[in-house]
Ligand binder design. Structure first.
Ligand code: GTP
Ligand code: MG
Length: 197
């Protein structure tokens, strides 16, 4: 799929304020600093559409981007960030959980995972919860440019092993880099397929 148009639409703190749910929507989620905002920019080929930062916790709202005047990409705040207060964290969790479970036009959630790290409980449990709620998701391994292909494949095999403890098969996944565009075409093709469906 070619990107002809990409624009920032709005930021909201509740799912009720989000745009009218009449177009297919795809959300990017994952731990703080995993590269959600960067991947959105890489996918639409615009450097600063979604705000990125070296400091975790940059994205704090539900951000809607309108793509090809046909579908939405959504940048969400990161989860599992230790340095925010408990009250603050619970506020984010509520916002994200309500959005994920009640947003009627959400077609698929992309769960981002840093390919350099060994499987983290918070990610595995997050995906289990999506499954329990019947919410479709796929995995996006990020920052592949930071490892050799061999190391990427080794980490993928480790991840698959962990996932197979709870899932019958490895969920659909993508290996990506926002720096060199790895995985971009594959994600767009997948979204295109879902948009048709
Ligand atoms: P929060 O909004 O804070 O939850 O973070 P985020 O998940 O949106 O991460 P963001 O896109 O802001 O990126 C965090 C840091 O990782 C930035 O310094 C990015 O430049 C860097 N980064 C993101 N993706 C990649 C990647 O594919 N490769 C490399 N080398 N760095 C990346
Ligand atoms: Mg962000």
């Amino acid at each position: 799929m070619k990107i002809n148009q990409a624009s920032f639409l709005m930021s909201n703190s509740t799912y009720q304020q989000c745009p009218k749910p009449d177009k297919p929507e795809y959300a990017f989620i994952g731990r703080s600093n995993v590269g959600k905002s960067s991947l959105i920019n890489s996918i639409v080929r615009k450097k600063n559409l979604a705000k990125t930062s070296q400091t975790p916790g940059k994205t704090q709202l539900i951000n809607h981007f309108f793509i090809n005047e046909d579908w939405y990409l959504v940048d969400l705040p990161g989860y599992g960030y230790a340095k925010v207060s408990k009250v603050e964290r619970e506020k984010f969790e509520k916002m994200i959980n309500e959005y994920l479970t009640l947003r009627t036009n959400l077609v698929c959630t992309f769960v981002l995972i840093d390919v350099r790290h060994e499987p983290q409980k918070v990610d595995v449990e997050f995906m289990q919860k999506l499954g329990e709620n019947g919410l479709p998701f796929c995995i996006v391994f990020t920052k592949a440019d930071k490892l050799s292909n061999t190391a990427v494949n080794k980490n993928l095999a480790i991840y698959e092993q962990i996932m197979l403890e709870t899932w019958e098969e490895m969920p659909q996944y993508f290996v990506t880099s926002s720096v060199n565009g790895t995985g971009r075409e594959e994600i767009l093709a997948y979204i295109d397929e879902l948009n048709q469906g």
